[in-house]
Design a protein around this ligand. Sequence first.
Ligand code: PLP
Length: 361
Amino acid sequence: MSDQRVYNFSAGPSMLPLSALERAASEITNYRGSGQSVMEMSHRSKVFIQIFEETQAKLRRLMNVPEGYKILFLQTGATGQFSAIPLNLIGRTGKADYAVTGNFSNLAYKEAEKFGQINVAASTADRNHTYIPSQDQLRLDPEASYFYYCANNTIYGTEWQYIPETGDVPIACDMSSNILSRPVDVSRYGIIYAGAQKNMAPAGLTVVIIREDLAGHALPYTPVMMDYKAMIDKDSMYNTPPCWCIYMLGLTLDWVEENGGVPGMEALKRKRSGMLYDTLDSSRLFQCAAEKPFRSGMNVTFRTASEELDAKFVKEATEAGFVNLKGHRSVGGMRASIYNAMPVEGVEKLCDFIRKFDREN
Ligand SMILES: *Cc1c(COP(=O)(O)O)cnc(C)c1O
């Protein structure tokens, strides 16, 4: 079964650790003697509550989540958080600052505009989102209820290499595509969230890490499913949580733990992305999209000078077992998403393929 697997460079849903998939397979009809699949269990049962609590505890341990922060397992999708964040946080002053550095932060910004006065603290649209603004370039309003940014731009392939300084203004951050890929000082943030389908679990789970004092100030018309306070009070079980995804997250976190924790993930990230960027930089045909200092360690965007050649590359790569390398439809070219679960070997082999293609075309 596992030896027929392809190297999947999809931006999400994306590869999961093989050990997590195999563990799930072995437990799929009878979870550890319970006589049931995790898919069939009551979310209120003792056996599931244990899965839930252990998964929360593992994530807290791996990310060093300090006291005073809650971990929520929600179903909103990362996109649902584009609404939930303003609904819950903007009430303080009615204003918020957004850094627009790509597609998803732009969507978040547009959504937030429904709920208050939004200031674009920085936009990288002037150079087609190929860079990240420096601290000096951020136009910050000290009266903002929060500052919002997206830590890794999945489509454009850029990544913030620093946490902005915002004084007393809490930071809200979309870490969907780079969570668990580098150590993060959670205490610098008001709220961190991530759709699970990039670095953590199957689609259907959204992880939110929130400083508790930020909850409880939602706008009066906030739907209960978007109200952080309601979710905290019921420990993410106001309704049925995404049980299977939470279980899968637990298995992924076991794998992260066995592989050096988050520092181990960062070392692998550097190795994979370093190798791939070096290969592309020393090729004749390929150009990376992102400016060098801002390149993402998770989503590598690149292209040749011709769309025909790009299409040929994607086609031949697919035939060779490297799938989902086509760039996002909005930007074209190629994108190799090399999340935590992508084996180093997959990138080594892709680099060999790129060198061969470069010689032959
Ligand atoms: C994929 C992605 C999203 C959208 O996630 P959904 O769960 O599909 O809503 C948002 N932000 C970033 C950075 C992403 O990579």
